[in-house]
Write a protein that binds this ligand. Sequence first.
Ligand code: UN1
Length: 519
Amino acid sequence: MTRNITSIIAGAPAPGASGNRITSTNPARTSEVVADVSLGDAGTFVAAARAARQAQPAWADVPAPVRGRAIAHIGRTIEANAESLARLVTREIGKPYAEALGEVREIVDTCDFFLGEGRRLYGQTVPSEMPDKQLFTFRNPVGVVSVITAGNFPVAVPSWYLIPALLCGNTVLWKPADYSPACGAALFDLLVHGGGLPDGVLNLVLADGETTFTGLELALEEGLVDKVGFTGSSAVGSRIGELTGRYLQSACLELGGKNPMVVTPSAELDLAVEAALFSGFGTAGQRCTSLGTVIVHESVHDDFVARFDKATRQATVGDPFGDVVYGPMLDEKFAQRFEDYLGWIQPHHSVLGSTAIGRITAASPREGFTGDPDAGMFYHPVIVDGVRDDDAIFLNETFGPIVGVTTYRNLGEALRLANLPGYGLSSSIYTSEPAEVFAFRRGISAGMVSINNSTSGAEAHLPFGGNAKSGNGSRQSGMWVLDQFTRWQSMNWDYSGHLQKAQMDVTELTPDESFRLAD
Ligand code: UN1
């Protein structure tokens, strides 16, 4: 079935004035059209921001526990539609169905966490330095939130923004990736219907990246947007950070990663291999938490690489509705970019993991492939052993099924290598030594650290986010994200009947500083 999709502003379809149309296709079978999309223009973005602005005061007046109930209902609605939403994720971006179901579960987990927050959203009562005066803090919604997301997690990652933003009393305009519009429209419908959201509380904008940027700039200029949440590349994240900074805003940025896994001599190698396979090749290596480079101690390098190569060769690739480690690339543009990354392989590298490099086709087959490789955009998995610390492949994010391997001699060197690319999202170490665990935790620049676990697979109620090229320090998920979607307001109330001046009219007790204990 082909869906017809347009932007939705204040509850009404809003086709773009430009008449710009695109189709979204199934990357496992590119002849199959999943959605026919009418893209909006910069004016569509601004109109959505205006609608959100208009709806915001009334939404903020809905008591937080009632907003929490809306989130509860959304969670149940998502659960009731889990299979069909997961099927759509698999059809539109080629994520294996089991992983797509996990992705949908992540939305439910997020709702389960935030439904209770509606009854908390705690402020504090704080003692004053003066009598007959009381201090308080309140969390206020920021106002209108603009959320711009990637399509590799087309429904779970958006929910990390949308659910808490709405719960906190903000209204939202959401721009999903232009290669996952059907997933975007489906999640939008589930949120609006499931939550019984009034028109304008959540608005959907379908537009390409540059148009979105222009629309965002115009909306900021008009004072229509108070907070931007963005998941995507470090390059675009830095442009958004610069733009929002001009309006004295700090965006919530969740960007790329070059996530390292350190394998120490005391590691259980088979466990490390299983994790390297899942985090290196799951979602065809297109997670922001995907494994970038395995940094393996020289004493276990040969053994690790032999096992990793064997496991990768045995991994099934193919039809994402089947039992596969991974399916196709998300979209044509990712396939093209991946071809560029393959060009970074050099003569000093040894390439392992499959029978060929590049696209899997009838002419360049992969053993155990399920389905028709020529129908979609499938790529051989690549392990690149022998990477050096100045190789492009070592220093840059390579979104796709490719994992580098290098060696180290002592933990200090492993940490240097792990931090060198300058990202800081996720990281992992395999070790049986507690001292190494804490030395790694302390030395790694990443916002997320896994011990004897893969770089992917964060749970939905721990802070998610990175440092340096991976983000500006903002964190999503759990209670930590509340600081993105609320602003603290402090209040003091003096009921003494006269003006008591802080710092000046404060009583001081007189200490006896000469007091000493008798021997
Ligand atoms: C992303 O790739 O943008 O930890 C998010 C994980 C997932 C989320 C990844 N739960 O791999």
